[in-house]
Design a protein around this ligand. Structure first.
Ligand code: 2P0
Length: 353
């Protein structure tokens, strides 16, 4: 093809991740450095995921981005930070067949177009930034022939959105808070791959499709500024839980896994209540789901299902196997009958990882 007409593109798909030991609170807002480690499970590809295509062409005059079909401004600091970090690591690219040669210098001048879709409604209040920023960083890195490994890329995705760094890996992932002021050691590492514990089944019950009232970013800022409880959590509670959770995952010990995940979700929401002004992410239905699972687990004598709630009222329910997941779904549909056919589609069912 002649010099100016080519387009080079890459498409990638990234699932979101669900924290079982929560990230809440930053020590550095600009670099997005957390006050504690966190552990998450990445959903199966295809469920709650983002698909992103990135392209460069000499014909492009500006960096541009379209999210779910609508062009949005790229001026936000976080997008720009990710783009800049990837660009600075670009390496020479050559496609002899098409006669394309892009040097490190060329990458600085070439403009990118980014098109990104979520396969779930952003309005449902389900984490979208994690999958989105991870996918953006990964596809840009592939396009620009960046040689960094997944953990190094995770440190870049982290600067787009904290939880995004954990979506660079499948399976169980730990985001290490790190010690350095420049964030170089605040990276994600894989604890176990997607085949390690494939009995687990995750069911997400959409309790409300309203968008959350307090964004995570401002919520955690308020918490760090006003909560006493968060200090105790970050210093004393989480470090111990991280060790215990790592052991539970390694041994596929569901009772310990469930106990830790539920306790950590509850403490995260307690810390939100301890914030000034208090943040209410869960609602009555969320509380009823918790009671229902707690009662069931107690009745069985050992945990069957773990629950965890993020910055919104939707329940993420992790059952120990497929049989339990079927029972759980039955119970949910009986106790929380969907009000319309549309609601039925909101019961997103997916295996772990
Ligand atoms: C988590 N959450 O560990 C926790 C639990 C919500 C509750 O990470 O400001 O969108 O972009 O770093 O990652 C949501 O916060 O916040 C989050 P920023 P992010 O998954």
């Amino acid at each position: 093809e002649s010099g100016e007409k080519w387009v080079l593109s890459v498409t990638a798909q990234t699932p979101t991740n669900i924290a079982v030991i929560k990230y809440w609170g930053k020590r550095d807002e600009e670099l997005i450095l957390p006050i504690n480690d966190s552990i998450s499970v990445t959903l199966d590809p295809g469920h709650l995921c983002t698909t992103t295509s990135v392209a460069v062409s000499p014909a492009f005059t500006h960096d541009r981005i379209w999210l779910n079909g609508k062009e949005v401004s790229l001026s936000g600091g976080r997008f720009q930070n990710c783009l800049r970090e990837i660009r600075s690591r670009a390496t020479d690219y050559e496609d002899e067949k098409r006669g394309i040669m892009i040097t490190k210098k060329d990458w600085e001048k070439l403009r990118v177009h980014i098109v990104s879709y979520n396969n779930f409604p952003t309005a449902a209040g389900l984490a979208s930034s994690a999958a989105g920023l991870a996918c953006l960083v990964f596809s840009l890195a592939k396009l620009m022939n960046v040689k960094e490994d997944h953990s190094q890329l995770s440190a870049i995705a982290r600067q787009g959105s904290g939880s995004a760094c954990r979506s660079l890996y499948g399976g169980f992932v730990k985001w290490i808070m790190g010690k350095e002021d420049n964030g170089s050691d605040s990276i994600a590492v894989q604890l176990a791959d997607e085949n390690h514990w494939d009995d687990l089944v995750i069911i997400i019950a959409v309790v409300s499709s309203k968008q959350k009232e307090t964004s995570s970013t401002s919520g955690m800022r308020d918490t760090v500024e006003t909560s006493e409880l968060i200090k105790h959590r970050a210093k004393e509670v989480v470090p111990k839980r991280i060790k215990e959770m790592e052991a539970a995952i390694a041994k596929r010990d569901f009772p310990s896994f469930a106990r830790l995940a539920c306790a950590d979700s509850n403490q995260f929401h307690a810390v939100c209540l301890d914030t000034l002004p208090p943040i209410f992410y869960m609602n009555d239905t969320s509380h009823r789901i918790i009671s229902c699972v707690e009662k069931w687990n107690r009745h069985e004598g050992s945990p069957q299902v773990a629950y965890t709630f993020d910055a919104g009222p939707n329940a993420v329910l992790i059952s120990k196997d497929r049989k339990t997941a079927a029972l759980l779904l039955q119970r949910l549909l009986f106790q929380f009958p969907p009000q319309s056919d549309a609601d039925l589609n909101s019961y997103v069912i997916g295996d772990k990882t």
